[in-house]
Design a protein around this ligand. Structure first.
Ligand code: GLU
Length: 448
């Protein structure tokens, strides 16, 4: 494990002690702290003010019961979470995840990442995250609605346009945001568009929000390629996952002249050397909500693999877009062997520390999620802007804004990495530039 700066050792120890057993939060915090060595070395006011220790403690953590009734008339109970981590730059902002793996440690790691990601966008948004251990898989529409209504019946008192603005994440898409917004409006008797993002286009949503996380991760990879005088033209790309991020990453790769040859879900992966048919993928995943094997069944030339790793598929570029820690050192070595040059994280922390080290040693350009997948939340902030001005922008204009934001995040990461003597290190660049923006605002406010 890389060393932590002397000042940061007790900070990390306190995180581990206070958040016992929350492995993903420890991992996310350690990665940021490892990057901050040169910052505390050079700028002692960050040490004297103890701002790093304060930043690692969430401002507020809410845990609540979510009771609901299933289609068989049985009472069910889930646990709901909202971690309001940091509001130095704006209202808490970040998605809601509905997945059986959700617990307070997962929400905390996601909220922590969100602080720096949101800071990198340059937009006025703080960091937070929420969700539930509810498993939407196999649930009827009516069950999803009743769950969302119950979830919002508690959450509504903690959120607001100027307080905390949730959105989607794994298991929460347009349908769920609709049920959540409807219940918020009903309880509060306020049509407060800015309280949630990812809304439908007919009732306050923004064009491009659906596509933005996947498009953004590909725009980021495009910036990396451009910096090396290269492009997506003719490149083979592997995208893990087949949810919202993976689908729109695939769509954008194809628009830019590359070919996505594999996508996956928790049951396995499909290989399609002629290029994944995005419309078929959307039909299977968004309409039928079915398994990825149905893709191979419906498409000649495609094959389904249920007992292997998608990282064994040779590619020039990889976009891990499924979930945390899905790409380990073993997967990284397989990708390196297959000739990968660029990795752009579409999911949050999909790459383990060992895998990141392997990429660094092999000279693979690695873009961390807090920079590469910031396009989703950035477009959420654009949705908030449109809501505040009661305006709605065209697809072309919004996509142009997204692309500009991704370019400036890329440039800021590179410039910061240069400034601190780690040229080309996007992890250090993202962590340091996200940190300084948040810490400087916190310092301006005094000890808070
Ligand atoms: N869940 C997304 C993320 O990880 C989007 C959050 C948002 O739009 O608020 O950044």
């Amino acid at each position: 494990m890389p060393q932590l700066h002397d000042h940061l050792v007790p900070v990390f120890e306190e995180i581990v002690r206070r958040n016992a057993g929350e492995a993903e939060f420890h991992q996310a915090a350690r990665e940021v702290l490892e990057s901050l060595g040169p910052v505390v070395e050079r700028e002692s006011h960050y040490v004297d003010s103890d701002v790093i220790r304060r930043l690692c403690e969430p401002e507020r953590q809410i845990i609540f019961r979510v009771p609901w009734v299933d289609d068989a008339g049985r009472a069910q109970v889930n646990r709901g979470f909202r971690v309001e981590f940091n509001s130095a730059l704006g209202p808490y902002k970040g998605g809601l995840r509905f997945h059986p793996s959700v617990n307070v440690g997962i929400v905390k790691f996601l909220g922590f990442e969100q602080i720096f990601k949101n800071a990198l966008t340059g937009l006025p948004i703080g960091g937070g995250k929420g969700g539930s251990d509810f498993d939407p898989k196999g649930r009827s529409d009516a069950e999803i609605m009743r769950f969302c209504q119950s979830f919002m019946t508690e959450l509504y008192r903690h959120i607001g346009e100027y307080t905390d603005v949730p959105a989607g994440d794994i298991g929460v898409g347009g349908r769920e945001i609709g049920y959540l917004f409807g219940q918020y409006k009903r309880i509060t008797n306020r049509y407060e568009s800015g309280v949630l993002t990812g809304k439908g286009i007919g009732w306050g949503g923004s064009l491009v929000r659906t596509e933005s996380t996947g498009y953004g991760a590909v725009f980021f990879a495009q910036e990396i390629l451009h910096a090396a005088g290269d492009s997506f033209e003719g490149k083979r790309v592997v995208v893990s996952g087949s949810g919202n991020v993976a689908i729109y990453a695939t769509e954008k790769v194809h628009q830019l002249g590359g070919t996505v040859v594999a996508v996956s879900d928790s049951s396995g992966y499909v290989v399609d050397d002629t290029g994944i048919d995005v419309e078929l993928l959307k039909e299977i995943k968004e309409v039928r909500r079915a398994r990825i094997s149905e893709y191979a069944a419906a498409r000649t030339g495609a094959s389904f693999v249920d007992n292997g790793s998608i990282w064994d598929v040779a590619a020039d570029i990889a976009v891990p877009a499924a979930t945390q820690n899905e790409l380990d050192e073993h997967g990284a070595r397989a990708l390196i062997k297959g000739g990968v040059r660029v990795v752009s994280e579409g999911a949050n922390m999909p790459t383990t520390p060992g895998a990141i080290r392997a990429f660094r040693e092999a000279g693979v350009k690695f873009a961390p999620g807090k920079a590469a997948n910031a396009g989703g939340v950035a477009t959420s902030a654009l949705e908030m802007q449109q809501n505040a001005s009661r305006d709605s922008w065209s697809f072309e204009y919004t996509e142009e804004r997204l692309q500009g934001i991704m370019r400036s995040i890329h440039d800021r990461c590179l410039a910061t990495a240069d400034e601190y003597g780690m040229p080309g290190d996007y992890v250090a660049g993202a962590n340091i530039s996200g940190f300084t923006r948040v810490a400087d605002a916190m310092l301006a406010f005094g000890v808070i």
